[in-house]
Design a protein around this ligand. Structure first.
Ligand code: NAD
Length: 365
């Protein structure tokens, strides 16, 4: 199979892109034989190899794909740093419709593309790809994770993402409502997919009152029948008079309009990029809403993926590290409270203190 790697280092198109932030590598791949069109971006490797999922999405333009991969890879640097992982930030995107354009040949070619980066980028599942797709990539590269069939959940990191989110909700409730358990606490879960369903289970086991909304009727029925969740409409879920709003569907649902309608005093959920724009964090703070920064609270999955990659099968150790997300959030909440600035800004500052520190040390040596 012939592969054409069009650029290995960050090129001038990427450098001039508004989402470019000193990314170390942006590599492009186009392969007419398999139809693969993909980009891998490595944002920062100060702490270790860049790990991040491989997204498949029918981007309208190459510029949209580039924007997504630049933004997402940067986010992974911050996420891994705050999760205490020896990893940098990277991401891959495949331009294509996951419902129509998947083929074995395409994923074999993607594996070879990943392999050409020689372990500097390690891939995992993301929206549009699943464990089976990653397993095919794993035939042409060893730099994929989240495919271990002997894993507690068959390689799927979602239950650990849910566990971390659950611990984050507990930390937020303790900080904001001065309550050390979730009994009687009401939570509105937006989206009961892989993560939201598991979170609903954990919340109901903790005697919380759980409201759920989803566009998928089967998921709603399962959440109600299995965990006693109360079903509400998708346009209502964020407006409920509850203690916690937990976005677990897609990003950007907290915007300048919806933030005014949120009655919960805590926003803590698993979705990536929950705030439509960064300034919403300050609006939330001014409204007295405690926001658990998304990339901190949803890091359970990446912690699990890291342990899968390194071959650590010590489930207790993985659980402990995921549970520690609650402590990380508590320190962010305290620092934000004493400095009167948004939790998301504090999270970014702490992440930068962590991932920029090795570079500073090497400059001073
Ligand atoms: P998923 O696709 O399994 O679940 C998403 C759910 O949201 C689906 O049930 C979908 O029907 C529902 N949904 C879609 N539109 C909706 C709407 N308008 N209102 C209510 N529900 C809607 O995805 P997932 O793996 O559970 O991930 C959920 C979120 O968490 C995503 O933002 C993802 O990026 C993020 N995340 C997931 C992981 C992980 O380990 N899976 C890790 C980190 C972050």
């Amino acid at each position: 199979m012939k592969h054409q790697i069009m650029a290995q280092k960050t090129d001038s198109v990427a450098q001039q892109h508004p989402d470019y932030d000193q990314h170390q590598t942006v590599a492009y791949h186009e392969d007419t034989a398999t139809g693969l069109r993909a980009i891998i971006a490595i944002h920062n490797q100060n702490l270790g190899p860049a790990l991040g999922g491989c997204r498949m999405f029918p981007y309208a333009t190459q510029n949209d794909a580039l924007s997504d991969v630049l933004r997402l890879s940067r986010g992974m640097t911050y996420k891994s740093a705050l999760a205490g992982l020896p990893l940098g930030g990277g991401k891959a995107v495949i331009v294509g419709n996951p419902r129509k354009d998947k083929s074995r040949e395409l994923f074999l070619a993607m594996g070879s593309f990943i392999d050409s980066l020689q372990g500097n980028y390690i891939s995992a599942e993301d929206s549009g790809t699943n464990v089976s797709d990653l397993a095919i990539m794993g035939e042409t590269t060893r730099w994929v994770s989240g495919i271990h069939r002997d894993h507690e959940f068959n390689g799927d990191p979602s239950p650990y993402t849910a566990l971390g989110t659950f611990e984050g909700i507990k930390a937020a409730v303790k900080h904001q409502l001065k309550k050390s358990d979730l009994a009687g606490i009401s939570v509105a879960v937006q989206g009961v997919g892989n993560v939201g369903m598991e979170l609903t289970k954990l919340l109901s086991q903790a005697d919380a009152r759980v409201y759920v909304a989803d566009v998928n009727e089967d998921n709603l029925t399962r959440a109600k029948d299995r965990y006693g969740a109360i079903i509400v409409g998708t346009t209502k879920i964020h407006r409920l008079d509850v203690d916690v709003f937990a976005p677990c569907a897609m990003g950007g649902t907290i915007n300048s309009m919806s933030i005014q309608e949120i009655r919960a005093s805590i926003i803590a959920g698993a979705a990536n990029n929950q705030l439509s724009t960064p300034d919403i964090a300050e609006t939330a703070r001014q409204q007295g809403i405690l926001y658990a920064p998304d990339y901190v609270i949803n890091a359970g999955g990446i912690i699990d993926i890291h342990h899968q990659q390194t071959g650590n099968r010590n489930v207790e150790q993985v659980r402990q590290q995921v549970t520690a997300i609650g402590e990380t959030l508590e320190s962010i909440f305290c620092r934000a409270q004493s400095s009167q600035i948004p939790t998301s800004v504090i999270a970014d500052q702490i992440a930068e203190e962590i991932f920029l520190a090795p570079k500073l040390q090497s400059r001073m040596a």
